[in-house]
Design a protein around this ligand. Sequence first.
Ligand code: BGC
Length: 286
Amino acid sequence: MVAHLFSNGWYSSRNQRYATFICTPLFPTLNNHIFIEFMEHILGIDVGASGIKGALVALESGKLHGERFRVPTPQPSTPKAMSAAFAEIVEYFNYKGPVGCGFPSIVKNGVANSAANIDASWKGTNIEQVFGEATGCRVFATNDADAAGVAEMRYGMGEGEQGLVLLITIGTGLGSALFYKGQLVPNTELGHLLWKHGKSAEAWCSSGARARLKISRMDWAERFNEYLNHLELLFSPDLFILGGGESKYFEQYKHILQTEARITPAKLLNNAGIIGAAGYAAENSR
Ligand code: BGC
């Protein structure tokens, strides 16, 4: 039976469980279109300013298939150095299929259009091309927060939410993903809202800022609450979803966050970016 691919955007067939492993060695000339239809697990890689994390993802369930593998982001994080780290992850999984990549910048047509927490030479670089050449795989790149948001809307706390949802990832930078009636508005970059003293919001209340300024988590939460309130004034969301590393500590600071909108930590925690990246590859490699 032909897989009912992407009926909801992503995979939905239960019938091709072992097809990847059976088909690829036997029919190496299968074209990509057929190949992807038979794949069950797709490699998603979440490129961050401090770590690059990858895992095989079962898109039917939205769960990781096995463990994640992480390598530290090289410094300086040039395209050449990052490509080697990216390729290390692909090799670790001995993977040959399409790879999804969540990348910490504005991403348009596979090209990085900004470089806030990564080497400036990324700006204008075709992510899909450089990572594709380094790995020999087809790579599909999207903004990391957008990838996390799509995964969270599909499998996590955003499931079934029809109003306006704003996911903020709190890490080295602040990422954002905006949804209305389940539709993503890509590359919103709300971490770069112009904030106090002419700086960006992420320079004031990301995890990176908390570490750099050496402030306590509670002091950080006061700042973050101000930021959420400003976002609320601008967007009137129904739900805030908090992702990224800092969302793990939500219980410690949730009493400080006060908005009209509901606030919840991401269900997929730090794996949302990997899962969303894999989904992006599945959708775009059809
Ligand atoms: C980048 C965003 C990214 C966020 C989280 C920001 O500095 O500009 O594109 O989503 O960090 O990584």
